[in-house]
Design a protein around this ligand. Structure first.
Ligand SMILES: [Fe+2]
Length: 349
């Protein structure tokens, strides 16, 4: 929802059956769609809507109409009259070629045909949320809600076992930051980073390995390692999220320089980033994943105590261990409780 209205989407494709399927699903997911078979008429619709000060929130267009690249004209009409409209291209081209073409044309995203309507709905929700973050009057509370919603619509949808991971990470980060005496503004920015730290995963080429049961291949691991910087780049053009994106980019680095992607070491890692790195590991180890059982408290404590001055900065680690002593049982139970609440696993009796 944008304010209290449904987001408007113009769907353009020369195949009527494609339009029908896409609009049925989008309408059922809270969008208000308009269908158009002809690229020229679509451009005029875009211009008219803009002239009435009611531009489409999003335009989803095919690229080739009868072999001619008329999608470019639709995109140009948006760029000229409704620069805030999000444009998604549907293309039959292979992934890499399609992505390059879409970027050159200034589209927000592209989808390979045949387009799955639910994937399109997810892409649109994501793009509209990302756009809301840019509003000048956005508050910390708004940002928390927007980012939480973005993660729930994207990462948690692909991998339901991550339900609650962002919110738990946020809570533990805040508690450690308070214990270490970080100022309020830095703490709030760290909380935003905690919620959205894995957001870049949704932009990886292949999402199937996020839920893979066995170990990743070398190629898959290299691909996964892109997610901190991809996430930071996707959210980083936003003035409200500049510092949060520094922490997002750092969240897999390690104090001793053995992390990724930049192998940052020691004080090169921001104090808030050090907290996020540690908490991210803690919550991942103590959560059930498609490929592993959760760790118990003894094993978790042994591991973290062995990493002082290695993976984690000693002062941050001490603050964390102090809190773990206090909240250990509750924090270790939290992932399962969140999975139960999200309906991913049955509730315990
Ligand atoms: Fe991550």
């Amino acid at each position: 929802m944008i304010g209290h209205r449904r987001p408007t989407v113009l769907l353009v494709d020369d195949e009527g059956s494609t339009l029908e399927v896409l609009s049925l699903v989008l309408d059922s997911q809270g969008f208000d769609t308009t269908r158009e078979l002809d690229a020229g008429r679509a451009s005029r619709l875009i211009e008219t809507a803009a002239a009435r000060d009611r531009p489409f929130d999003a335009v989803v267009t095919d690229v080739f109409f009868d072999g001619r690249n008329e999608g470019a004209a639709v995109l140009a009409a948006c760029r000229d009259t409704s620069p805030r409209s999000i444009v998604i291209l549907m293309t039959g081209r292979p992934a890499v070629e399609g992505a390059v073409a879409a970027m050159k044309m200034g589209a927000r995203d592209y989808l390979q045909k045949p387009v799955d309507p639910n994937t399109l709905a997810t892409v649109l929700h994501r793009a509209l949320k990302e756009q809301q973050v840019h509003r000048e009057d956005v508050t910390f509370k708004d940002l928390v809600n927007i980012l939480s919603d973005m993660v729930a619509h994207t990462i948690e949808r692909v991998d339901p076992y991550t339900a609650g991971h962002g919110e738990r990470t946020r809570s533990y980060c805040r508690q450690i930051a308070e214990k270490l005496g970080l100022d309020r503004q830095t703490t709030e920015r760290l909380e935003l980073a905690a919620i959205a730290h894995d957001y870049g995963k949704i932009y990886l080429e292949d999402l199937t390995f996020l839920t893979k049961k066995g170990p990743l291949t070398a190629q898959e691991y290299r691909e996964v390692q892109r997610h901190p910087e991809v996430g930071a780049n996707k959210l980083g053009s936003n003035s409200h999220l500049v510092e949060a994106c520094t922490y997002i980019a750092e969240h897999h680095e390690r104090w001793d320089g053995t992390g990724y992607p930049r192998r940052l070491k020691g004080s090169a890692l921001s104090p808030a980033g050090r907290i996020l790195c540690l908490v991210e590991v803690f919550d991942s180890l103590t959560s059930r994943r498609s490929y592993k059982a959760p760790w118990d408290l003894d094993k978790t404590l042994d591991f973290f105590e062995s990493q002082s001055g290695r993976a984690f900065e000693p002062e941050t680690l001490d603050a964390f261990l102090g809190l773990l002593e206090q909240h250990g049982a509750e924090w270790l139970d939290a992932p399962l409780r969140d999975l139960e609440d999200a309906g991913v696993v049955p509730k315990r009796v």
